[in-house]
Design a protein around this ligand. Structure first.
Ligand code: IVH
Length: 677
C-alpha cells in the first residue's frame, strides 16, 4: 500500500525531472532554479534510498548517460591530453614568448594570445559524436583515462546534445570539472565527508560508482580546449571557443585576447586582485597562442605544449595564532617542527597546521608559541609561516630544540652536519616514516589514488591492512575486514578497489618517484627511467646485484643533471634487499611500463640527420622537432655515420664535408616534402 503511493510520487517526480531536463538541456530555457531542480533530485534519491526496489531502468539520472557498468573502464584519448608548464614570473612569460618566436622563425610577427583563469579542478575529455555526448573520460596519464560518462551526464553544465543544427561529426571538448567554494563549504557542513578543499570534493564526487551520488553534488564545468582535429577549418582558438558557447558549452567569462605580454601581465594582476571574490578556486592565468596553425607547428615538449603556459599567482596569506609547536616525523625521517594554529580560512581552505621547516628557521624567524603569525598557502603545498606579526608578551621562552630521540619510535636522532634537517634513524621501524612513505606513494603527485588519503592510510595502517606499498594492491582480498570498519560499507569498498585498480598501470618514472627515495624527485626519476630501454631491463637490474652506476652509467652520461647525491641515494636504496624485494612485488602486482615516444614511421626513421645553413621555411628548432617526431636523430657534428645533411642557405664547411664523406645531401625543398609527411 505504502509502496503504491510512493510509486505514484516517484513516477510524478521522474516526469518532472525529465520535463526540466528537456527545458535545460535541449531548449536552454529552464523554468526553475538550480536549487529547485536539486531539490527534485534529492526527493527522488530519498525515495529510491528508502525503497530500492522501486528503482527501474527509467531512472532519470542514469538514462541520460552511459551505463554504470562501463564506469572507470579504460579510455584511449583520440588525441593526447596535455598538461601545462608553469611561469612563476613575468620573466618566465617573456622566456616562453622568446622560445616561440625562435621556433616560428620569420612567421612570428603577429602572435596573439588568449588568456583564461586556471581553474583548480579536474580535467575531462568530452567526446561528442554528431552533436551527442557519447563518452566522458578523465585525463589519466594524458594518453589513457577512465570512462566517467554516466557521472558526467549528471552535471547540468554539460549538455547531452550540442545546440547546433550542424554539429561537427566528432569533437573532443576538454575542460575542468570543479566545485564552487560556497558549495564546497555547504557540502562539508551537511555530509560526513570532510573534504580538505573544493578540488578534492569535486574529485571525490566524480569518483562514485553510484551516479546518483554524483548527481547530488554541485559540480560545475568550464571548457578550456579541444582535441586535435584535422578535418575542420578553424584558425582561431577564440573563435572555436565562442562556437562552443553557442552550442551550450560553458566557456570562461574571463577569456580575453591580447597581442602583447605587457597587457597579459596587466590582466593577470587584475584577475589576481579579483581572485578571492571569484566563485571558484583559481591558481593562475593560462596563456595560449590563438592561431591554431601556430599551435600545431609548435607542438609539445614532454607533456606540455610549447604554445601555452600557466602564469601562476602568488600564494594566498592570512594571519592567525600559534597555539602550540609540535614535532612531526616525515617519510624520510626528517624531524620537522609544526605550528598548531587557531584554524583560519585561507582562500577557501581551512588551515590548522603550518610547517616551520626546521629548528634553525624557528630561531631565525624568532617564532614562539602564542605568537600571531602570517601564514601562506599555495595549492597543494603545505602551508608555512612567513613571519611573526605580533609576539605574545615581552618575556618569551627560548626557542624549541630538536629532540634527542624520535618522538614516535625512540630511535636515535641523526644530525647531519651538512644539513639543517635532523632525522630519525629508524627507517624500517618508525611508524611515522612508514606511514609517511605510503601516503606519499598514493598522493596526487605520485600514484594519485583517489579516495585513499591520510585518513584511510592511517586507518589501514593501524588495522595492519597496509604495511608496505604492495599491500595496497592486495586490499581487494580484504573485503570483509574493510567493510567491518567504521564508516565503511560495500559501496565505499568497491569505490576504493576501483580507484586502486585504475592505477595499476604505472609508468616506471612515476613508480621511482612514488618510492620517495631522497633526491629522486620528478626530474631525476624521469631521467633514470629513460636510461632503461625497457621495463625488462629494470626488472633485470632489480634481480641483479648491480648498482645504478654500473647499470646505466653510459646512458646517463649523455643526459645532464643526475648529480652524485642522487646516484648515491638511489644506490643506497636499491642496496637494501628489502627495498629491492618490495619493488619486485610491485612489478608482479602492477603493470609497469616505459612511455614510448610517439614516433611516426617515415623515410628518415632511425637515420642520423644534420642541419646546416639557414632554412627559410622554418627555424632550426622546429626542423629539429619535426625530424625527431619523424623518428630521426638530430646530430650536431658530421662524420661517416651521419645519414643525411639538410642544407639551407649559406651552408659552409659541413656541406663540403658531407660531399666528401658521401653523406646524402638534401636541399630545403626536399626537406619540406619530407617534413610535410
Ligand atoms: S589548457 C594545453 N586551460 O590545468 C592543454 N588548462 O596544469 C592544457 N586547467 O590539465 C590545458 N584551467 O586540467 C588549460 N584555462 C585552462 C585551464 C586548464 C585549468 C587545468 C587542466 C590541465 C591542468 C594543467
Amino acid at each position: 500500500m505504502i509502496n503504491k503511493s510512493k510509486k505514484a510520487i516517484l513516477d510524478n517526480l521522474i516526469k518532472q525531472i525529465e520535463y526540466h531536463n528537456n527545458l535545460y538541456y535541449n531548449n536552454d530555457n529552464p523554468e526553475i532554479s538550480d536549487a529547485e531542480y536539486d531539490n527534485l533530485i534529492l526527493k527522488y534519491k530519498k525515495i529510491i534510498n528508502e525503497n530500492p526496489d522501486l528503482k527501474t531502468l527509467n531512472d532519470p539520472l542514469n538514462k541520460i548517460g552511459g551505463t554504470a557498468s562501463e564506469l572507470f573502464s579504460k579510455f584511449s584519448h583520440p588525441s593526447r591530453m596535455l598538461s601545462l608548464d608553469n611561469a612563476m614570473s613575468i620573466e618566465d612569460v617573456r622566456n616562453f614568448e622568446k622560445k616561440i618566436i625562435n621556433f616560428l622563425g620569420k612567421d612570428n610577427k603577429s602572435i596573439e594570445y588568449v588568456a583564461e583563469p586556471k581553474i583548480d579542478g579536474l580535467s575531462v575529455n568530452l567526446i561528442y559524436l554528431k552533436g551527442s555526448l557519447i563518452t566522458a573520460a578523465t585525463r589519466g596519464n594524458g594518453i589513457t583515462g577512465e570512462v566517467i560518462t554516466s557521472n558526467v551526464l549528471t552535471i547540468r553544465d554539460i549538455p547531452q546534445k550540442l545546440k547546433t543544427k550542424k554539429p561537427p561529426n566528432n569533437i573532443e571538448i576538454r575542460g575542468e570539472i570543479f566545485m564552487n567554494k560556497s558549495d564546497f563549504i555547504k557540502l562539508n557542513k551537511k555530509s560526513d565527508n570532510q573534504f580538505s578543499n573544493p578540488r578534492n570534493a569535486a574529485a571525490g564526487s566524480l569518483r562514485q560508482l553510484d551516479s546518483t551520488i554524483t548527481a547530488s553534488r554541485p559540480l560545475r564545468f568550464i571548457a578550456h580546449g579541444f582535441g586535435e582535429n584535422n578535418n575542420e577549418n578553424y584558425t582561431s582558438y577564440e573563435k572555436k571557443m565562442n562556437d562552443f558557447k553557442l552550442w551550450g558549452i560553458p566557456i570562461s567569462p574571463y577569456l580575453k585576447k591580447f597581442d602583447n605580454i605587457n597587457d597579459l601581465n596587466g590582466y593577470h594582476e587584475k584577475i589576481d586582485n579579483e581572485r578571492s571574490s571569484l566563485p571558484y578556486d583559481i591558481d593562475g592565468m593560462v596563456y595560449k597562442i590563438d592561431n591554431l596553425q601556430f599551435q600545431k607547428r609548435l607542438g609539445f615538449v614532454g607533456k606540455a605544449p610549447r604554445w601555452a603556459i600557466a602564469h601562476k599567482f602568488a600564494a594566498e596569506t592570512a594571519i592567525t595564532n600559534i597555539n602550540k609547536i609540535d614535532v612531526q616525523v616525515g617519510r624520510t625521517g626528517s624531524i620537522t617542527p609544526v605550528a598548531r594554529l587557531s584554524p583560519i580560512n585561507i582562500g577557501g581552505v581551512l588551515v590548522s597546521n603550518a610547517t616551520l621547516h626546521n629548528f634553525e628557521e624557528i630561531e631565525k624567524k624568532d617564532i614562539r608559541e602564542g605568537d600571531k603569525v602570517l601564514i601562506e598557502r599555495a595549492g597543494d603545498v603545505i602551508p608555512h609561516v612567513i613571519k611573526v606579526i605580533e609576539t605574545k608578551s615581552k618575556k618569551r621562552s627560548s626557542a624549541p630544540k630538536p629532540p634527542k630521540l624520535c618522538p614516535v619510535c625512540d630511535s636515535k636522532i641523526i644530525i647531519d652536519p651538512d644539513e639543517v634537517v635532523v632525522r630519525c634513524s629508524g627507517t624500517f621501524k618508525c611508524d611515522a616514516q612508514i606511514v609517511g612513505r605510503i601516503k606519499h606513494f598514493v598522493s596526487r603527485s605520485a600514484l594519485d589514488i583517489e579516495g585513499l588519503g591520510e585518513k584511510q592510510i592511517n586507518l589501514f595502517y593501524n588495522e595492519k591492512l597496509v604495511r608496505k606499498y604492495s599491500d595496497i594492491f592486495r586490499l581487494a582480498d580484504k573485503k570483509q575486514q574493510i567493510c567491518d570498519l567504521e564508516g565503511w560499507g560495500e559501496l565505499s569498498f568497491n569505490n576504493l578497489i576501483t580507484a586502486i585498480q585504475a592505477k595499476k598501470k604505472i609508468e616506471l618514472s612515476k613508480l621511482l618517484y612514488a618510492l620517495g627515495i631522497r633526491f629522486i624527485g620528478d626530474k631525476n626519476s624521469r631521467m633514470i627511467a629513460s636510461a632503461f630501454k625497457s621495463t625488462k631491463d629494470f626488472d633485470a637490474f632489480l634481480k641483479s646485484n648491480k648498482n645504478i652506476q654500473s647499470e646505466i652509467d653510459i646512458s646517463l652520461k649523455n643526459t645532464d643533471g643526475l648529480g652524485p647525491k642522487a646516484v648515491l641515494s638511489f644506490n643506497e636504496y636499491f642496496g637494501v634487499n628489502k627495498n629491492r624485494e618490495e619493488v619486485q612485488n610491485l612489478f608482479e602486482q602492477c603493470e609497469i611500463f616505459i612511455e614510448e615516444k610517439e614516433l611516426i614511421d617515415s623515410e628518415i626513421s632511425g637515420k642520423k640527420i644534420i642541419f646546416t645553413g639557414t632554412l627559410t621555411s622554418m627555424s632550426r628548432a622546429e626542423a629539429k622537432n619535426v625530424a625527431e617526431r619523424l623518428g630521426a636523430k638530430v646530430v650536431s657534428s658530421i662524420n661517416k655515420s651521419t645519414d643525411i645533411l639538410v642544407s639551407g642557405e649559406k651552408s659552409g664547411s659541413k656541406l663540403n664535408k658531407a660531399k666528401e664523406l658521401g653523406v646524402t645531401v638534401l636541399n630545403e625543398s626536399d626537406w619540406k616534402k619530407i617534413s610535410k609527411l
